[in-house]
Design a protein around this ligand. Structure first.
Ligand code: SAH
Ligand code: SF4
Ligand code: F3S
Length: 446
C-alpha cells in the first residue's frame, strides 16, 4: 500500500483541507504515515499569511529533497506535492526554486490531486505540474463523502475566501472570492461526523460570519440560522465558529450566543489595531469605538462570553501613540486569549507598497509590550476559574499516564485524571489550579 505523509501549516482551514486530501487519497489506496522517510507521496500544505510561514516551505523542501535522494538510492520513488496558499500565490516560483517538487496545487483545486498524481507518474519529469486555477467545479461536490473519524471534535469548512481586502492580507488572493456551501451540504457532513462520535464541531471560514449559503427554502441563510439548524442534531453537544469580521456580526448571530445552549460562550473577533487612522489604512471599515460597541452588545447577549482576537503591530506608518491606542483597546475589552503578530509586508497587497514601513526593531519591541499585556489578561481570566466546576469535553491523552486533556466551554485546555473511556464525554471538572495556557482539576460526579 503506498503511503502519504502530509505536513500542515497555517490556519484551521488548512487542517481541514489536509484531512479531506488524505480521505481522497485513501480512496486511491494511500495510507497516511507520520514518517517522511516512509512516504511515497509527500504533501506540504502551506500558508502564505506572513513571510516566515511562507519561507518555511522552502526550508522543508530542502529536507524533503535529502530524503527523496536517499529513497532514490534504494530504488524507491517519491512524489512531492506543494499545496495550499503558497502554492496558489507562488506556483511558478516554487517550480523554479525547488526542482524536487512534482506537483503544485492550490486550495481550490485539491480535489483533483488524485488525477494529478496519475498524470505526474505517467510522464517523464521536466518540471512541476501546476494547478492553481480557481476552477469552475466545486471541490466539495467532487471530494468523496467525509470519512467517519472517531475523534470527539472536528472542523467543518462552511465558507471560503474573502472579499474584504484588508490591505495587509493575502487571503483574498490565495483563497479567492467569498463562497458559502449550502446548508444541506453542511448538515449532511455534520451528521456524518456526529454519527462517527464527534461531539463538538467548529464551523470554519476565513470570514465565517459572512456565511450566506443556500437554505432548504432556497433563500440565503445566515450563520445563525445554520447554527440553529445544526444544533438540532442529536448527539452533537457543542458548536463553535471561526473567524469572524466585526462588521459581519449580525444581530441574529449575537442573539444566538444568548439563546442557543450548544453554541459555546467563546468568540474569536479580530480587531487588528486600536487607532482609527490605522484601521482605515488597513481597510477594516470599522473604528475602535465600533468594536467596543459591538463587544458591549455581545456581552449584553451573553455576559459569560470569552473573547479572543488577532492584533497586528507595526502596520506601515503606525506611531507610538497609535500603538498605545491598541494597548488601550486591549485594556478596555479584556481578552481571554489573543494572537498578536508583527506586520509582515506581503507581495501583491497594498500595504506592502506603503512607503513608511516600521522597522523590525520597533515591531519587536511593540509586540513584546503587547504580549505582556495579553498574557496578563489570559492568566487573570484563567485564575477566575479556580474553585468553579465546569463541563469539560475530554479529547485526548495527557502527558502523564491516567490523565486526559479536554476543553472548557471557553476553549481553555483542562487537564484531569480520567479513565480512557472519558474520551468523548463531557464531565464536570472542579478547577484546582491554573497556568497561563491551561487549567487543571478533578472530575466531580454529576
Ligand atoms: N479571516 C481572518 C484572518 C485571517 S489571517 C480575519 O478576517 O480576521 C489571521 C490573522 O493573521 C489576521 O487576523 C491578522 O491578524 C494576521 N495577519 C494577516 N496578514 C498579516 C500580515 N501581512 N502580517 C502580519 N499579520 C497578518
Ligand atoms: Fe484577510 Fe480577514 Fe481581512 Fe479577509 S477579512 S482580507 S481574510 S484579514
Ligand atoms: Fe495561511 Fe491560507 Fe490559512 S494563507 S492562514 S493557510 S487561508
Amino acid at each position: 500500500m503506498p503511503k502519504v505523509f502530509i505536513r500542515t501549516f497555517g490556519c484551521q482551514m488548512n487542517v481541514y483541507d489536509s484531512e479531506r486530501m488524505v480521505e481522497a487519497l485513501s480512496e486511491k489506496g494511500y495510507a497516511e504515515t507520520a514518517s517522511l522517510e516512509d512516504a511515497d507521496l509527500v504533501i506540504l500544505n502551506t500558508c502564505h499569511i506572513r513571510e516566515k510561514a511562507a519561507e518555511k516551505v522552502y526550508s522543508d523542501l530542502g529536507r524533503v529533497r535529502q530524503v527523496k535522494e536517499e529513497r532514490d538510492a534504494n530504488g524507491q520513488q517519491t512524489l512531492v506535492a506543494v499545496v495550499g496558499c503558497v502554492a496558489q500565490a507562488e506556483g511558478p516560483e516554487i517550480a523554479a526554486r525547488a526542482p524536487v517538487v512534482d506537483l503544485v496545487v492550490g486550495p481550490q483545486s485539491y480535489h483533483r490531486l488524485p488525477g494529478l498524481i496519475d498524470k505526474a507518474q505517467a510522464r517523464p519529469k521536466t518540471r512541476a505540474l501546476i494547478d492553481t486555477a480557481f476552477p469552475e467545479d466545486d471541490k466539495f461536490q467532487e471530494l468523496p463523502e467525509r470519512a467517519i473519524t472517531h475523534a470527539p471534535t472536528a472542523f467543518l469548512t462552511v465558507q471560503e475566501g474573502c472579499d474584504r481586502f484588508c490591505t495587509f492580507c493575502v487571503v483574498p488572493y490565495t483563497r479567492g472570492m467569498e463562497y458559502s456551501r449550502s446548508v444541506a451540504e453542511v448538515e449532511s457532513e455534520a451528521r456524518r461526523l456526529v454519527a462517527g462520535g464527534v461531539r463538538e464541531i467548529t464551523l470554519l471560514g476565513q470570514n465565517v460570519n459572512a456565511f450566506h449559503g443556500e437554505g432548504p427554502d432556497g433563500e440565503a441563510w445566515s450563520l445563525a440560522q445554520l447554527i440553529r439548524r445544526l444544533a438540532q442534531i442529536e448527539g452533537l453537544a457543542r458548536l463553535r465558529f471561526t473567524t469572524s469580521h466585526p462588521n459581519d456580526m449580525a444581530e441574529d448571530l449575537i442573539a444566538a450566543h444568548g439563546i442557543e445552549p450548544k453554541l459555546m460562550p467563546y468568540l474569536h473577533l479580530p480587531f487588528q489595531a486600536g487607532a482609527d487612522r490605522i484601521l482605515a489604512a488597513m481597510n477594516r471599515k470599522h473604528t475602535a469605538r465600533d468594536y467596543l460597541d459591538l463587544v458591549a452588545r455581545i456581552r449584553a447577549a451573553q455576559p459569560e462570553i470569552a473573547l479572543s482576537t488577532d492584533i497586528i503591530v507595526g502596520f506601515p506608518g503606525e506611531t507610538e501613540a497609535e500603538f498605545a491606542a491598541t494597548l488601550r483597546l486591549v485594556e478596555e475589552v479584556g481578552f481571554a486569549q489573543a494572537y498578536s503578530f508583527k506586520y509582515s509586508p506581503r507581495p501583491g497587497t497594498p500595504g506592502a507598497k506603503l512607503a513608511d514601513q516600521v522597522s523590525d526593531g520597533i515591531k519587536t519591541e511593540r509586540l513584546a509590550r503587547l504580549k505582556e499585556l495579553l498574557d496578563s489578561q489570559q492568566t487573570a481570566f484563567n485564575a477566575r476559574f479556580v474553585g468553579r466546576t465546569i463541563p469539560v469535553l475530554f479529547e485526548r491523552p495527557g502527558r502523564r499516564p491516567g490523565q486526559l486533556i479536554g476543553r472548557s466551554p471557553y476553549l481553555q485546555s483542562v487537564h484531569a485524571e480520567a479513565p480512557a473511556e472519558a474520551r468523548g464525554q463531557i464531565l464536570p471538572v472542579e478547577i484546582l489550579s491554573f497556568g497561563p495556557n491551561s487549567l487543571a482539576g478533578v472530575i466531580r460526579s454529576a
